[in-house]
Design a protein around this ligand. Structure first.
Ligand code: SF4
Ligand code: SF4
Ligand code: FES
Length: 279
């Protein structure tokens, strides 16, 4: 099929390159510390080719002056890998949770004077400015025992073989970076600063999917029943309202709703077996 082209020669016209020497406005929701009130500040930042949100924040830090010329404190943010692997730089950019290291300014604010809003994720407690505490996301991984058990530190020899089909399924799930985008978008996952309540609050799509990943692993499946028990209780897989927001926002395109359905079925089978073994 030939692509329609305004040029009439089978090629698409490229959008005009962003103007050189332009500036963008970063409108940042700031907060001076835990439970402190938040406030907005605008920063006018010069941007060159291939600038991303992190490079703009670095520019602000080098000279923290607001767009109306007032000196202020440097903006705090988190980052690690700078290649969309660690998830630590996740924030809400123009209303959508995503990684700031891979957010290119030319794509989101192509014109001189365009505005980009940056906010911390709302489902985790703010530490400062754009930095949030994602401990609850990692606690959820501990709830479902998202690891493979080993006997000791000595060599155990080759593990059991996996089929290519299982490898393919597990590879997709293994790309989760615990960034929190799926939790930010989920209507069932709400801000819960009290760690005492985490054990019974909704566990989140990422942890349900990781339980599936490790239950599909031949050695990891030794703890399958414990993972299913964790997903059976309050805040488990039955608390998912099936809104499917999570799968739409996952930057790694992890099939989260497929995982939720698979683990929902596994939990049902496990509870029936448990009922008859106790009866
Ligand atoms: S499932 Fe996707 S959106 Fe959720 S934490 Fe993992 S990578 Fe992030
Ligand atoms: S499908 Fe479940 S986990 Fe995903 S956004 Fe909806 S309620 Fe949350
Ligand atoms: S810094 Fe690691 S994902 Fe952005």
């Amino acid at each position: 099929m030939t692509a329609h082209s305004p040029l009439g020669n089978g090629t698409h016209a490229r959008p005009a390159p962003p103007p050189q020497g332009r500036r963008v406005v970063l409108r940042i929701k700031r907060c001076d510390g835990p439970v402190k009130p938040s406030y907005w500040q605008d920063f006018s930042v010069p941007v060159g080719p291939n600038a991303n949100v992190i490079s703009c924040l670095q520019t602000i830090c080098a000279s923290p002056v607001t767009a109306d010329g007032r000196a202020t404190t440097p903006v705090a943010w988190d980052a690690g890998c700078l290649e969309e692997v660690c998830g630590s730089c996740t924030m809400v950019i123009n209303g959508k949770a995503r990684q700031s290291c891979s957010c290119l300014i030319d794509e989101h604010a192509p014109r001189d004077g365009d505005v980009i809003t940056l906010e911390p994720m709302s489902k985790f407690p703010v530490v400062r400015d754009l930095v949030v505490n994602r401990d609850r996301a990692f606690h959820a991984l501990r709830r479902v025992r998202a690891w493979v058990p080993i006997d000791g530190t000595y060599a155990l020899g080759a593990g059991p073989r996996e089929t290519p089909q299982t490898q393919e399924t597990r590879y997709a799930l293994s790309q989760c970076m615990s960034c929190g985008c799926c939790l930010e978008a989920c209507p069932q996952f709400n801000l819960q600063p009290d760690p005492a309540a985490w054990e019974t609050s909704f566990i989140g799509a990422h942890a349900i999917s990781q339980a599936r990943l490790f239950n599909l692993h031949q050695t990891g499946s030794r703890m399958a029943a414990e993972r299913l028990e964790a997903l059976m209780g309050p805040g488990g897989v039955s608390d998912c309202g099936n809104a499917q927001n999570c799968v739409k926002v996952c930057p790694k395109k992890i099939p989260l709703t497929e995982s939720i359905a698979a683990m929902g079925r596994a939990v049902t089978v496990h509870s029936v077996k448990k009922f008859f073994s106790l009866a």
